[in-house]
Design a protein around this ligand. Structure first.
Ligand SMILES: [Fe+2]
Ligand SMILES: [Fe+2]
Length: 179
């Protein structure tokens, strides 16, 4: 299947979920609303989608396009921001104010991200690659999705990055040296 057709089907599915969640009840009664189940489905769909894009689509964009690195870097930064919010949803519960804040913010950033991919990246990518390449990439995406992770796995958890950050923080500051 054509890679962009495949990714668009994912986007349509996610956009549908976002539309339902956009009007989701907050506060008391949120537990009974089935909100947690809807959010779990969203987390699974988004986690799988972004994982296969990062595994296959962004490397293809980098390889095919002048300026592909900038496009991919921007999109991946959006994806990372989304994953942090999905992790908050994974860790939280309906009815908690921070849960609803994270959900509202995710709805906004996810729509922006999909818009960026479809309207900024895809037209350039489509113009740069052959129909055959699009088909082969689509097949790879389809196969990869079958075993893609269903959890967000943001790249800035408490582990390795935090240690690196602490390492940096422990270095003597040179910020004032040129002041
Ligand atoms: Fe994406
Ligand atoms: Fe996408």
């Amino acid at each position: 299947m054509d890679a962009l057709t495949f990714l668009r089907a994912d986007h349509e599915s996610v956009l549908g979920m976002l539309q339902v969640l956009d009007g989701a009840p907050q506060g008391e009664g949120a537990h009974q609303s089935g909100l947690a189940t809807m959010v779990t489905n969203l987390v699974i769909a988004e986690s799988q989608h972004e994982a296969i894009e990062e595994q296959l689509f962004w490397p293809a964009v980098r390889a095919a396009l002048d300026g592909g690195d900038d496009l991919a870097d921007h999109a991946i930064a959006q994806e990372e921001a989304g994953k942090v919010l999905l992790q908050l949803l994974e860790d939280g519960n309906p009815g908690e104010p921070e849960y609803h804040r994270a959900l509202a913010e995710f709805i906004t950033v996810a729509r922006e991200h999909i818009d960026y991919e479809e309207n900024v990246v895809w037209p350039r990518f489509k113009a740069a690659v052959s129909t055959e390449d699009l088909g082969q990439l689509g097949d790879k995406l389809e196969t990869a999705k079958k075993i893609a992770p269903t959890r967000p796995h943001p790249n800035a958890p408490s582990g390795e990055l935090a240690q690196n950050t602490m390492g940096v923080a422990a270095q003597p500051s040179t910020m004032c040296a040129t002041g």
